[in-house]
Design a protein around this ligand. Structure first.
Ligand SMILES: [Zn+2]
Length: 251
């Protein structure tokens, strides 16, 4: 059976009006930045890659620790990770891919098409892009290290990705079968528990209907156990077992 961990590698303060769809309040809001690690299988499976230090500096992040270092706290060498499931290609999920130099990266075809297509460079989207890391998609693909996914796919027995879109064109969420039930790693299909629990979208979107559908998909996949790992929510540490500062075991 698998164990699923959320590993925090940075944080940043913003306000609710910058974040929730058509929100007018200016309440403070802190984002935690995570990668997730699935242990207990034949090899470790990483979900998302974070970003490197120069990106942390450029974006004024607080408390940055390299994702390559945080996975070592669970006994996994970054250079030994063979599988990385990439929920989407925003800078905070993809720009750190080179920290995991042995990995194959599983990415939805719709996501790759979007960021290499006509709208990726538009001001509405570009601020979420790390262009150099997006350019590397081509060389990595020719090195046979990009595994292009369409829709739902089993990665290992009990680990699946599910394309939901909404926040980005080909966003995929991850489900993991554990002894406690099905863990759903929503990534940015639900940055905060408030998103999925009140059906309130984020304001960074490619499709509002898909984002709303994604909330229903998350609830259906999670079932009664509600082992939901939200994408950027500090409450992850309150809802699940704190292993050490910055490391939470979801199941
Ligand atoms: Zn994100």
């Amino acid at each position: 059976m698998y164990q699923v961990y959320a590993l925090k590698y940075a944080e940043r303060d913003t306000t609710t009006c910058q974040f929730f769809y058509r929100e007018s309040a200016h309440d403070p809001l802190t984002l935690h930045y995570f990668v997730w690690l699935i242990l207990g299988g034949p090899t470790p499976v990483l979900v998302d890659t974070g970003f490197p230090e120069d990106e942390a500096r450029a974006r004024g992040m607080r408390g940055y620790v390299s994702p390559a270092v945080v996975v070592e706290r669970l006994g996994v060498k970054a250079t030994d990770v063979p599988t990385a499931l990439i929920t989407h290609l925003h800078y905070d999920h993809w720009a750190g891919h080179a920290l995991f130099p042995a990995a194959e990266y599983w990415i939805q075809q719709d996501e790759i098409a979007f960021w290499t297509g006509p709208h990726g460079g538009a001001p509405a989207f570009r601020q979420s892009a790390n262009v150099d890391s997006l350019a590397r998609l081509v060389t990595l693909n020719y090195a046979r290290r990009v595994r292009v996914v369409r829709g739902e796919r089993e990665i290992l027995p009990g680990i699946r990705v599910h394309r939901v879109g909404g926040h980005t064109a080909g966003l995929q969420i991850v489900t993991v079968q554990t002894a406690r039930g099905t863990v759903v790693l929503t990534s940015d299909a639900s940055h905060f528990y408030r998103n999925v629990e009140t059906r309130q979208p984020v304001q960074i979107i490619t499709s509002l209907p898909e984002m709303l559908d994604a909330f229903e998909t998350i609830h259906a996949l999670a079932g009664a156990e509600k082992l939901i790992g939200a994408g950027h929510d500090p409450l992850v540490a309150d809802r699940f077992e704190k292993v050490e500062p910055g490391i939470v075991r979801i199941a």
